[in-house]
Ligand binder design. Structure first.
Ligand code: S3P
Length: 431
């Protein structure tokens, strides 16, 4: 980790075109489906961050081979039936919750003995949410306190009916992957819709999955997945930072290329459009995983509310939405956000402490916060708390503050967006 603080200076304007890194959620899933397939799959525009690399490193342990190019990766898998079953040492999921929870589902039904570990942040995050339903399916998992390490002993799974107690795409996907290796049918009820990439990609890659109202159902996988070529659309959660920069820095205009426009991922854009922000969407690909370009221009910000119903659809965008709210006239409310306390950092705390230290009017609650704006933010030394989305939010805050912002632990952006600071430099004009 780069120990030096990152200094971000106020900008006169931001301008230019940005091609986003591949969507992180879709990238993880594409790798997992390629690992299930027998043969060579080619994935273009895979996200190049450390989280997705964690999925690759874990899958290598099962005997899957990867050839990494600059913008693509070739995956060569023997097919799930011929995965390596003698795993030497633990599989390390690094900082990645998605790797851990999705892979847990995939591993549970393979009859493989394996120990999953992660870094300090990941080891503090709740895994009981996947352990409980997987145990109900018959998985043999040891974990001291519902956290990592999780030790799997090969066992047979059976389909269950399960209602998700927390709105989580990771838990849903874990159970969908487990369902592929369980006898009988697995039913998952999702009361609040979360991102649906796993379901879409199952359809794209020829795996049957059914949906009736809010119940998903899946059968045991009887055939091998056919290898595929797939292009990952750009990450809308990474785009969220540039959208904020374009809106908040005066005299700005940004064009973002080939972003995922999956309806379960664009709640942030819809909310900002609803309060009058100048964001134009030009959809270019209307497939199951749609994508397109968007154009953003500086806008006046009105206050808004984020409530329980929509938090799952903009869970990763809350830090940057909080920054946007500091520039809105009046009170913006954020509630129903308990899940934010279980992310890469306690995001309610990381948002409140950092924005407060820059002069924002912000009041913390157990499940959210209120923000009173508009506030001209002051430059200060702030801390990412080892959380990539907090580091990127604070960097955009630096563009609109009255003096430079110094960000501790800034290199954590490498988790999802290694090129972030290069692009920030390219698009911003010094004040
Ligand atoms: C993700 C789901 C969300 C999100 C995470 C990626 C996924 O997590 O915050 O960044 O790829 O399924 P939860 O399902 O835990 O809310």
């Amino acid at each position: 980790m780069n120990k030096k603080n990152k200094i971000v200076k106020p900008a006169k304007f931001v301008k230019g075109q940005i091609t986003l890194p591949g969507d992180k959620s879709i990238s993880h899933r594409t790798l997992l489906f390629a690992a299930l397939a027998k043969g060579k799959s080619k994935i273009k525009f895979l996200n190049n961050g450390a989280d997705v690399l964690s999925t690759i490193v874990c899958l290598q342990k099962f005997g899957i081979k990867f050839q990494l190019g600059r913008y693509s990766v070739e995956v060569d898998s023997p097919g799930f039936k011929k995965w390596n079953r003698e795993i030497v040492g633990p599989i390390n999921c690094g900082n990645s919750g998605t790797t851990t929870r999705l892979l847990a589902g995939l591993v549970a039904g393979q009859g493989i003995d394996v120990k999953m570990i992660g870094d300090e942040s990941l080891s503090a995050r709740p895994m009981k949410r996947v352990i409980d339903p997987l145990r109900q399916m018959g998985a043999d998992i040891k974990s001291d306190d519902g956290k990592l390490p999780m030790i799997f002993h090969g066992s047979k799974l059976e389909g269950i009916r399960y209602t998700l107690p927390v709105a989580s795409a990771q838990v849903k996907s874990c159970l969908l992957f487990a369902g592929l290796f369980a006898d009988g049918k697995t039913y998952i009820t999702e009361k609040i819709q979360t991102r649906d990439h796993t379901e879409n990609m199952m359809k794209i890659f020829g795996i049957s999955i059914f949906k009736k109202k809010d119940v998903l159902s899946i059968n045991k996988l009887k055939h091998l997945v056919i290898p595929f070529n797939y292009s990952v659309p750009g990450d809308p959660s990474a785009a969220a930072f540039w959208i904020a920069a374009g809106l908040l820095v005066p005299n700005s205009k940004l064009t973002l290329k080939r972003i995922s426009l999956n309806p379960s991922r664009i709640c942030y854009i819809k909310l900002l459009q609803k309060i009058g922000c100048k964001i134009r969407i030009n959809s270019t690909d209307q497939s199951l995983e749609p994508s397109g370009n968007i154009i953003i221009q500086s806008s006046k910000i009105k206050s808004f509310s984020v409530g329980k119903k929509i938090t799952a659809s903009l869970i990763d965008e809350i830090p940057i939405l909080a920054l946007i709210a500091t520039q809105a006239k009046g009170k913006s409310t954020f509630r129903g956000l308990k899940e934010l306390r279980h992310k890469e950092s306690d995001r309610i705390k990381s948002i409140v402490e950092n924005l407060k230290s820059m002069g924002a009017g912000i009041k913390e609650y157990s499940n959210g916060f209120d923000i009173f704006g508009p506030t001209k933010l002051k430059g200060n030394t702030v801390d990412s708390y080892g959380d990539h989305r907090i580091a990127m939010m604070l960097s955009i805050a630096g563009l609109i503050a009255n003096s430079p912002v110094k960000i501790k632990n800034h290199s954590i952006v490498n988790i999802s967006y290694p090129d972030f600071y290069g692009i920030l430099k390219r698009i911003s004009s010094k004040r």
